[in-house]
Design a binder for this molecule. Sequence first.
Ligand code: PLP
Length: 393
Amino acid sequence: MNGEDLYVGNIYQRFPINIAKGKGATVWDTSGREYIDCMGGYGVALVGHCNDRVVQAIKEQVENLITCHMSIYNDTRLKFLQKISEISPKQLSRFFFSNSGAESVEAAIKFSRKYTGKSGIISMNGGYHGKTYGALSVTFNEKYRKSFQPLLEGVKFVPPHTPSVIEEVLDENIGTVIVEPIQGETGIIVPEDGILQEIREICDRNNLVLIFDEIQTGLGRTGEMWAGQNWKTTPDIMCLAKGIAGGLPMGLTLCKPEILDSIKIGEHSSTFAGNPLACSAGIATIDSIVEDKLVENALHIGNLFKNGLLELQKKHKIIRDVRGLGLMLAVELRFDVRDVLMEGIKEGLLMLYSGRNIIRLLPPLVLDEVKVLKTLEIMDNILSKEEVRRNVK
Ligand SMILES: Cc1ncc(COP(=O)(O)O)c(C=O)c1O
């Protein structure tokens, strides 16, 4: 598109669009064309592109201090920690900073292993936790794993919606269970009521550390601050990243104190951890989520969006399923979605995929009714064309 491909490996599935500007749930390409952004930077643009609070906070911080290693104290970092503590489950009162989702998961796995003294982990079929070696070891998709064996030993995968299987495969080496409350990458797989509670109970009965990977689901995305709250379930460790710092890189691993206290000085670290610039953006992000009532908006606008998609399903045979919570939605088609995504770009709508036949929608939580209606209209047009093209009656 712009010559980048000459420099970067052919590693990402790329779209033919070159974005120059963003505001809220809208982005503009280099020619000034406007798009509704239901891709949301894979969920990173949580509080909207160039959120005013975030922009202002970064501007102020950048004039004072950009970097400050964790070995030195910093008041912006303290303020961020106080803010995130206010909105986090109160049991998870110790925090480890990193710079991405995979790093947040790496930390969680290491902390749990040290605390339990056990290396075995149970993860879910379909689970996605990132692509560094530890995170990849608990990621299910063989496509990502097969060229990088051997991965961590002692990981067992179980079907996500059958907690009883966890007890069946338990052995004395297992210390950890890792779960995405709603599976994102695999296609917005929402658990039935009671499943997460049952997993929590199994962990309690067997002294297992329960990790929730809320990297995609957390911070209001599902219409609750934490997706686990939809089923009144709190983990022992929670992983965050994506939109937590308004678009700047930050990973955060929230732990019960006794778990993080089991790690000794130097056993884990990251040079950029807790840098003041990301923390200033994080403070503004949390302010925006809370004061601009974005969790409530995700619920309200998410319901509106989902109902609209369900209406489309009645009209279009090509749609097999509509599912999701809040502004984490999926439209499963009976066909490959690639053409639909490409048509979307032509019509001014950015969408994501999950696997071959699922459209994933992770728009900023500032999305409004006008944009939802426009999005539905565009999708309606595209699906009508697709049905004609594929001759579906
Ligand atoms: C649930 C979940 N965990 C982990 C990750 C990995 O995050 P990152 O790409 O920042 O390493 C992702 C990214 O999509 C994710 O959705």
